[in-house]
Design a protein around this ligand. Sequence first.
Ligand code: DOR
Ligand code: ZN
Ligand code: ZN
Length: 423
Amino acid sequence: MIIHGAEVVLANGVKKTDIRIENGKILGFGKNLSPRAGEETLDCTGLTVFPGLIDMHVHLRDPGFEYKEDIESGSRAAVKGGFTQICCMPNTKPVTDNKVTVTYIRARAAQVGLCKIHPIGAITEGQEGKNLAAIGAMKAAGAVALSEDGKSVENTGLMANAIRYAADFGLKCLCHCEDASLVDGGVVHEGYYATLTGLKGSLRAAEDILIAREICLAESLGLPVHICHVSTYSGVQLIREAKARGVQVTAETCPHYFILTDAAIADFDTNTKVNPPLREERDRLAVIEGLRDGTIDCIVTDHAPHHADDKNVEYNYAAFGISGLETSFALSYTALVRSGILTPEALAKKMSTAAAKILGLEGGVIEAGAPADLTIADLNEAWTIDPASFESKGKNTPFAGREVFGRVKYTVADGEVKYPFAR
Ligand code: DOR
Ligand code: ZN
Ligand code: ZN
């Protein structure tokens, strides 16, 4: 196949070139390539080609919570959002803490056949924080990382052992940073809007203390850690300083932390309830600066689909989470690239290259020999976010009605057009 007429986001800049794909791989580049016998041409005039987007933090809810999402609906949401590879968190039922569940997720993903799905194994059995999970067996079955996401491993000694043990198997721990004793039932950020609404707040310190602990462990052990969904200005600064000292720490954030603040909770919309919570303008600006200066390596969705019944309740009872796969690219492009903060190449790094590097995955680059994983978008198309049109079962987004730029037109994985859907 030939991808014809598009602007292509390469590591060192954007260039107009055709791309030739053969046997699922990028074969080469050239101006106005002419199709050989049996070769198709995909006319992408006016469009921009990014390396296939990779989201290293997704909740697919399968097995166990298929009423919120399943591997098929999550895969459809992913490719519609431009993702060719996603990694799914282990807070399923049963918890993904064993090789059977890891094997099931990979087999089901292959059967659905839309995007590549990489399971993340739990750090402890049942995410109960007591005994390490079967890390080696999960790695052998195809787990690409470990995480206790949804909470932190409370016991510091156990976490140290997890980081050591993971490293022995070439895996990293992805750290959800939250001191449960400080959160103590808080549902929003502790600040003006918590007072205004009367909702119980949780301090930045609840996140920062765990970010600091994971950095201390990484530094002392000389091993890597990855910090999930950074939301505080002080957390960004902890990571910046650690990186400057040479600590092996990487970090991610989500569109809601660089676009929204806790002002969004004022009307009690439970779609704004997320963990960690939406914070203040100072935090939002620091997250953007962290993305700009390289402190924050990548953008993830923390796609957390929930059923309407989990969200259409009083704020205190609502589930935490935002359905993000189908809005992340346009939100990020609009907030960061159109506004002049990041170049398209920098956005490609944050949404693709960095995750591949952090987890040691194939892909994340457009170069000869790489898998033909491509996200092809119309960057000038304006559209309005409408959860009713989501492929995801989770319609829970605080961005409904927002106008954004950047529409995914084609998602190509291993040289096959996965979106638009064949049926
Ligand atoms: O908002 C969140 N939702 N944060 C988490 O850490 C977990 C996630 C979920 O699983 O719903
Ligand atoms: Zn989390
Ligand atoms: Zn998560």
